[in-house]
Design a protein around this ligand. Sequence first.
Ligand code: GLC
Ligand code: CA
Length: 531
Amino acid sequence: MRRSSDLQPEIADESAWWRDAVFYQVYVRSFADSNNDGIGDLDGIRSRLGYLELLGVDALWLTPFYRSPMADHGYDVSHPRDVDPMFGDLAAFDALVADAHSHNMRITIDLVPNHTSDRHDWFQAALAAGPGSRERSRYVFRDGSGYDGSQPPNNWTSIFGGPAWTRVRDGQWYLHLFAPQQPDLNWDNPEVHADLEQTLRFWLDRGVDGFRIDVAHGMAKPFDLPNMDPRSLGTSGVLRDDVRDPRFDDDGVHEIHRMIRKVLDSYPGRMAVGEVWVTDDERFARYIRPDELHLAFNFRLVEAGFDADQVRSAIDHSLGAVQPLGTPPTWTLSNHDVVRHVTRYGGGALGEKRARAMILVELALPGVVYLYNGEELGLPNVELPEWALQDPTWERSGHTERGRDGCRVPIPWEGDVPPFGFSQNAHTWLPVPNEWNHLTAEAQLEDPGSMLSLYRHALELRKTQQAISGDELEWYGAPPGCFAFRRKGGGLICALNTSGASVPLPPGEILISSGPMDGAQLPPDTSVWLV
Ligand code: GLC
Ligand code: CA
């Protein structure tokens, strides 16, 4: 890992700092609460920078903290160039950037270009101005279908359930791929481009090091808005595309990424990563052409089960998609939209064991890693009581899908009673379970066998070991249910056993293992690094 105490972007060898960086996603509402209203905020993050430095991450990604009515917890932005009072103010943001930089950590922020809040001035003006107006042309308004226009313009569904169209008083309909409070912008309108450019420059001028672009495969829509294939109608989730879906990955999106890249290129050392739920490798790769995104999340590791063949295929696809372009792959096991991986891998002691094995696999890979706050503590998903649920998915699905709150529960820091130092207020925005008393950062920090210690140790090795270098992998032969790969540059070997029985270890000296060895054998649900 290249490190420097000087974060000035003009330093040449630092300008592509993200190529092997470890990012840490801070879900701002849930990280740390400084003013005891039960909701995390910017000053809370600033107070925990020492912890993040100890953990050993290079950069943070902050989820949206802009002015928002919070219908989708900040992904419904009513003013993209201001901080919501719930999270602090611009001075708090500037202080956070300055402090993070003095801790040698970069700050990247979320950009939400696909939609705004319905309370954004533009949308309010669009409602007031009526059909055919310049104000309406910033969004996607259409007349309805059916003899009296009482049916939606097409059959598109919202990711959060129900139709993607809502009718307004004068009879027109507007498009929202997410909640009705998140109207989609019309990216054919130059004013929309100009406004995003203004937002980019606003934050770049304040010193941010980059952006995570929300729904980066959305934004552009086919001009005639053709119906969706009925086979994908019932599915929710941002993209599980076995059939092409006209709502996403329209070819027009690339022009928008080229515009964003042009702005970023005028600020050396800044980067953008896109949320790109596109599984076709060739279509995925289009997003990271040299004049588009610097990085794109590939969600294949999230979608792979704890199974050596599935994980290996996820790795091969992810590498295969980016290698022709010379772009680093971007790995992630969890984020604020998916079930936490301890739980996905079976939960309890087994889920933890497997999560330990998978973090060593992830950190052994070439490229960029995104960690999600709390995974370093081994937090599981929480089965929240119904009264606590807040994700719009819960209402929109008619209480059939619980949504994403279970992976967004506040971080347990210290002490024995909820909310474990997250806030002095016992009423946190989501309740923190009692059982998390043994998962606090405090409880894990000094325990060499804890998940936190494993993360710290592995992150330290990743930074200091020459063996962990080079862009390419080679696969070794391995028993069924297992794999082993070698980093071609430095020579590190990583082996994973997802079978039910111990297997012989590959040759080499053990650098770190996710659990105890079984003599000279690699036990089930365990991984190891060898040199
Ligand atoms: C992205 C975000 C998700 C949000 C959605 C709408 O998928 O990750 O949390 O709900 O976009 O902005
Ligand atoms: Ca707060």
